[in-house]
Design a binder for this molecule. Structure first.
Ligand SMILES: [Mn+2]
Length: 157
């Protein structure tokens, strides 16, 4: 299955619409800071959309985190701001390992990451709306997963 992973859209949604029409995903994972656009982002696609709570999502019903099974993998989705991700991903990877997760998907930093070192894969799609990495191109991740085959690709708009 093809999973579109996005984050930190902060109510600026045009690039999200572009990404979903380019990728045509079977599932969308949004790592938080949708800032009230949850309904619009969900209605824009025909596939399921899973969104977690970000540090800027006030008064929201969204879950703080999700545990999903994708292919053979246990996947933990959380915004990441409670795990010092601005300093690096060591803490969030350790927490993911302690929970028995294979993959952690997080956001918050607005910088894309695919980190396959160690026993837990950590990925961050960056931000489609307010990118902060060198070059500042809006980014997202495409995850292709079938059973034990998994591939993550950072894409830029
Ligand atoms: Mn954010």
């Amino acid at each position: 299955m093809k999973v579109l992973i996005v984050s930190d859209t902060h109510r600026k949604n045009e690039n999200y619409f572009k990404a979903v029409s380019l990728v045509k995903p079977n599932l969308v994972i949004h790592c938080g800071d949708a800032e009230g656009s949850e309904y619009i982002l969900t209605e824009a696609v025909e596939c399921p959309v899973q969104i977690v709570l970000g540090n800027n999502d006030f008064f929201s019903y969204l879950p703080k985190e999700l545990e999903l099974k994708l292919g053979a993998y246990k996947v933990w989705v959380t915004h990441g701001h409670n795990y010092y991700v601005s300093m690096g991903n060591e803490v969030i990877k350790r927490e993911a390992a302690a929970r028995g997760m294979d993959i952690v998907i997080y956001g918050h930093t607005h910088k894309p990451v695919v980190d396959t070192r160690g026993s837990v894969i950590a990925v961050n799609p960056g931000s489609l709306s307010y990118p902060r990495q060198e070059g500042r191109r809006p980014s997202y991740i495409v995850m292709d997963v079938e059973d034990k085959d998994v591939r993550f690709t950072i894409e830029y708009l």
